[in-house]
Design a protein around this ligand. Sequence first.
Ligand SMILES: Cc1cc2nc3c(=O)[nH]c(=O)nc-3n(C[C@H](O)[C@H](O)[C@H](O)COP(=O)(O)O)c2cc1C
Length: 168
Amino acid sequence: MQMLYPKLRQADILVLATPVYIPLPGEMQNLINRLCPIFEPILRWRDNRTRAKLHDDVNIRKIVLVSTSGWWEMGNFGTLVHIVEELAKDLDVEFAAVLRPHAYLMEEDSKKTREVNNALKRAGEELVKKGRIPKKLLNVISQPLVSEEEYRLSWNAAYEKLKRKEKN
Ligand SMILES: Cc1cc2nc3c(=O)[nH]c(=O)nc-3n(C[C@H](O)[C@H](O)[C@H](O)COP(=O)(O)O)c2cc1C
């Protein structure tokens, strides 16, 4: 972590990339906890909440969450988005989220997965060049690849098949 603090001070955008693990992996929570030294502990009252701010020598102006989830719906990101958005609010910086649900299907090569991958590349370029990602690109990245029912039925069928194979 000591190696990261100088980089964190220089960066203008902090990208936190993590899968959803009910709600996040312990390693990512540890990293978030260890961001404390870049906060200046002067309490402020903002948006009806106690908030802090970054030390003056920290340049971060935006926090971007990049995440994947296993299940179909966007609701799986709810807790994680809340955690990282609150962090951004505490530090008085902008927040954005790049979210890819039912990410297992991204292993398949299809018109839609290619569209998502292209949008992801463009989102990275826009973030670096302009400091923001257009909403249109975020929607392409998060688009459903199949219907919820299709996903659930094929997932359950694959699991049942595996279970039968293990029994024999
Ligand atoms: C311990 C664990 C917990 C998970 N919890 C969730 C969850 O609550 N909701 C969800 O949609 N996916 C969940 N997933 C699926 C992951 O989000 C999915 O595997 C991930 O996006 C891909 O990252 P991976 O390469 O680490 O599997 C979980 C996976 C693991 C291993």
